[in-house]
Ligand binder design. Structure first.
Ligand SMILES: *[C@@H]1O[C@H](CO)[C@@H](O)[C@H](O)[C@H]1NC(C)=O
Ligand SMILES: *[C@@H]1O[C@H](CO)[C@@H](O)[C@H](O)[C@H]1NC(C)=O
Length: 371
């Protein structure tokens, strides 16, 4: 096992040397922005679920109202989502397309990267089963391997390997394992099977396996986000908020999970002897908006822009929902997902945040180091 991993470690490493040599003679490795690959759930899905039979979709108005086309795309946002904003920071002319999109063909589109994320999924396969047809995490990684074969056919194995070595990977998953599994119904199968601390241990163990697998298939720089403020999203405030506030139980879950995730990532980096995994402290980023929304130009961090019922947190966002006129004043676009404005602030922290937010290093540092 150790030997196998060492092999991959040196593969990531040797690329850095090649790139440095190339830079010495004044050219970038491939002369194009690095590729971006995205894995996870609705926070980062850019439209894969449009191609699946599932109720977990964002392909009707008012989703996309602030997107350049002002049309829904499948993103769970009023405009750009986090992958779009990261992709812009990488200097890419377009975001990686959803892997299931029929438009993802040809060198020009494929070499930008690909988005494998699927709304509703979790670390565990049994998370989000109510959403029927989604791309489970293990399947997202299989698609990543399939992508590599396709690209290999276009540009050859050597260049494909270089593309991967220079690529940035973003993975956002885990929230659904709480809200759409453990806490979905009062006596869920998982909550009768496991105490909360044991369930968190299980999630971390299974997540670790997925990340090792991702590294085994060629991931060298992986941004791993923590959960959002699980108990403080409008949906949970509406359904199980305590005294008009956040859900104490879900906040407890997030408080148990996030530090363990950070430690697990640190452990993996130690094991591989390289900073492959970067812990993105999204809970702390969100916490800043939640405790002081006005400091960030928001009028509220509690009420969703689009929805109905208390906090606009009940049900889904549709054309019949309440819709706020100014989306820039809201932390939450819908009952679960941040607005484009909140996403922009999060990506700013991803670029420049201190080690409290980005551990062990921020994206601007990565971009200089790996260049
Ligand atoms: C999910 O299902 C796949 C395919 O059946 C399996 O390989 C994987 O181990 C499962 N993951 C978990 C966490 O049960
Ligand atoms: C993060 O990025 C900024 C540059 O934008 C840099 O000044 C700072 O030192 C970085 N922090 C860390 C911890 O890498």
């Amino acid at each position: 096992m150790g030997r196998h991993e060492e092999q991959y470690e040196s593969r990531c490493f040797s690329f850095t040397i090649i790139v440095s040599l190339v830079l010495l003679i004044g050219r970038s490795a491939e002369g194009r922005p690095r590729a971006l690959f995205v894995f996870g759930d609705s926070l980062v899905d850019s439209g894969n679920n449009n191609y699946l039979v599932t109720p977990a979709r964002a392909d009707s108005p008012p989703y996309g109202i602030d997107y350049p086309t002002h049309k829904p795309t499948g993103r769970f946002s009023n405009g750009f989502n986090i992958p779009d904003l990261i992709s812009q920071r990488l200097g890419a002319a377009q975001s990686p397309l959803p892997y299931l999109s029929p438009e993802l063909r040809g060198k020009k589109k494929l070499l930008v990267g690909a988005n494998f994320a699927s709304a509703g999924v979790g670390i565990l396969n049994d998370t989000g089963v109510q959403f029927l047809n989604t791309i489970k995490m293990y399947r997202q990684i299989e698609y990543f391997e399939e992508y590599q074969q396709r690209v290999s056919g276009l540009i050859g194995a050597g260049r494909t390997k270089r593309l991967l070595n220079g690529a940035l990977i973003l993975i956002t998953v885990g929230g659904n394992d709480f809200v759409n599994n453990y806490y979905l119904v009062p006596c869920s199968a998982r909550s009768t099977q496991y105490s909360l601390p044991d369930y968190v241990n299980l999630l971390i163990l299974e997540y670790r396996k997925l990340l090792v697998r991702l590294h085994d298939v060629g991931a060298c720089r992986v941004l791993v986000t923590g959960t959002g403020p699980l108990g403080c999203v409008p949906a949970e405030m509406a359904m199980r908020g305590t005294n008009g506030g956040c859900s104490a139980e879900l906040q407890r879950a997030a408080a148990l999970y996030n530090p363990q995730l950070q430690r697990m990532l640190q452990g993996l980096n130690n094991k591989f002897g390289r900073d492959i995994f970067i812990a993105v402290n999204t809970p702390l980023m969100h916490n800043a908006f939640l405790t002081n929304p006005h400091a960030y130009g928001f009028s509220t961090s509690k009420i969703a822009c689009c929805g109905q019922g208390p906090y606009n947190g009940i049900g889904v966002c549709t054309s019949r929902s309440n819709l706020c006129p100014d989306r820039t004043l809201y932390v939450f676009w819908d009952a679960f997902h941040p607005s484009q404005k909140a996403n922009t602030l999060i990506v700013h922290q991803i670029m420049t945040g201190s080690t409290t937010y980005m551990n062990p290093l921020n994206l601007s540092t990565i971009l200089t180091l790996d260049n």
